[in-house]
Design a protein around this ligand. Structure first.
Ligand SMILES: [Zn+2]
Length: 413
């Protein structure tokens, strides 16, 4: 595999960033959800200052880091790049020991001799796509955090290259590094005015060369039911069992509109939890659909079912609240067709075939798009994210540096 001039830079950066534990937490009401995310923010801030980036500023309260690469030509449109500093709470994140496997031969990889942890292409067939490449791996006991540090490594390397080569024409490039993406942070505290670009891309996700301009619409429904408890021996005609009401409600949901039966652009209701006793029950359901009209119908169906229970048992015994989580970015991104045109052209110029999927989830870009910063997503190129078998092929990061440099040039044309 031929190395690009960026090989050592992206490799050393990911090795350095991966060692910093930046795991976010689901059960935390602080901002950011864990203080240790600042450890990487400080490291990146120093590095941005060292390479000569402009507007370097860390929000010491919210843990959002800003910087920019100043324009080298006038009149070129500014664009932004947003990556996240936290890693997922789904696998251990502390004491990550990343290492490099040179020239992968397509066989089993011994991650940890002492503990006998092996990663095999039999279980992870995508490994076969990277034969002959150098891979960054874990010791099998923690996640790697290539999600999203492989993207940060690519962005920093692109930034360093452009800052060293002011003869390359480009407009202002705004950089934003955010906390808590993995726990639904949705880049909430990214100050768009300070960020200073009218359009942007997130860099996140697996599969090199993929991009996303379409996500789910998402909301969370909480149904609260109030029953009436009396002794079971004398309950006839008096008891109202909130648990039974909860079961009745759930039984009325469309039986096949569930995550385990849907794919592609099919939406669903997902029963997250039922907590039920006679006096009180709570049902939590998340609603997902790409199509805004079908999504609205799904929300309406829950309201109708709740009303039906209310008619049967008393309206004061049933309450339903539906809270929006995020919305499909597509309706916003579609108004700026050059965003995807430039992105797919940049992917092609890097020698890859651009591919997109209707993402069955949400991204920080879903929320940013609806806040007025249209923001599709470019894959970061990591594999097996959120687990102990996560790995990043070094050439995938090199490719992303190339894509970003092409993108910078296309925005200047
Ligand atoms: Zn991510």
């Amino acid at each position: 595999m031929n190395r690009t001039p960026f090989y050592e830079q992206v490799r050393d950066r990911l090795l350095r960033y991966a060692r910093v534990d930046t795991q976010s937490a689901r059960t935390s009401d602080t901002v950011p959800t864990t203080k240790k995310q600042f450890d990487l923010a400080y490291m990146l801030r120093d590095e941005l200052n060292e390479i000569g980036a402009a507007d370097v500023w860390l929000d010491e309260e919210k843990c959002v880091l800003y910087a920019s690469i100043p324009a080298t030509v006038s009149g070129a449109m500014a664009f932004g790049l947003v990556t996240h500093m936290d890693t997922a709470p789904d696998a251990p994140g502390a004491n990550c020991q990343p290492w490099v496997l040179m020239d992968y031969d397509g066989g089993d990889i011994l991650l940890n001799g002492e503990k006998g942890i092996v990663m095999s292409p039999k279980e992870f067939p995508n490994l076969k796509n990277y034969i002959g490449q150098d891979l960054i791996l874990t010791d099998g006991t923690t996640l790697l955090g290539g999600d999203d540090k492989a993207a940060i490594a690519a962005v920093m390397t692109m930034a360093e290259h452009l800052l060293k080569h002011p003869e390359i024409p480009h407009g202002r490039i705004a950089l934003g590094f955010t906390p808590d993406e993995e726990v639904g942070g949705l880049a909430r505290d990214l100050d768009l005015e300070r960020f200073g670009a009218k359009v942007a891309y997130t860099l996140d996700g697996d599969y090199l060369g993929y991009y996303e301009d379409e996500t789910f619409n998402a909301s969370h429904a909480t149904l609260t039911l109030r029953g009436r408890s009396v002794h079971t021996g004398t309950a006839k005609g008096i008891m109202i069992n909130a648990g039974d009401m909860a079961a009745e409600f759930v039984s009325l949901l469309p039986p096949l509109d569930k995550p385990q039966f849907t794919e592609g652009r099919e939406g669903f209701f997902h029963l997250v939890s039922i907590q039920a006793a006679v006096e009180q029950a709570q049902v939590d359901i998340i609603i997902r659909d790409h199509d805004p009209i079908i999504f609205a119908r799904r929300e309406q169906l829950l309201r109708d079912l709740a009303a039906r229970l209310g008619e049967k048992y008393g309206a004061d015994r049933v309450s339903l609240t539906i809270t929006p989580t995020y919305r499909n970015m597509k309706e916003v991104v579609d108004r700026y067709p050059f965003l995807i045109e430039h992105l797919t052209e940049a992917i092609r110029l890097a020698g890859l075939t651009p591919q997109s999927i209707a993402f069955r989830g949400g991204t920080d870009g879903s929320a940013l798009s609806h806040r007025g910063l249209p923001c599709p997503n470019l894959s970061a190129g990591y594999e097996n994210a959120h687990g102990r078998f996560e790995y990043v092929p070094i050439p995938s990061m090199e490719k992303n540096v190339e894509i970003l440099l092409h993108l910078a040039r296309l925005f200047a044309e």
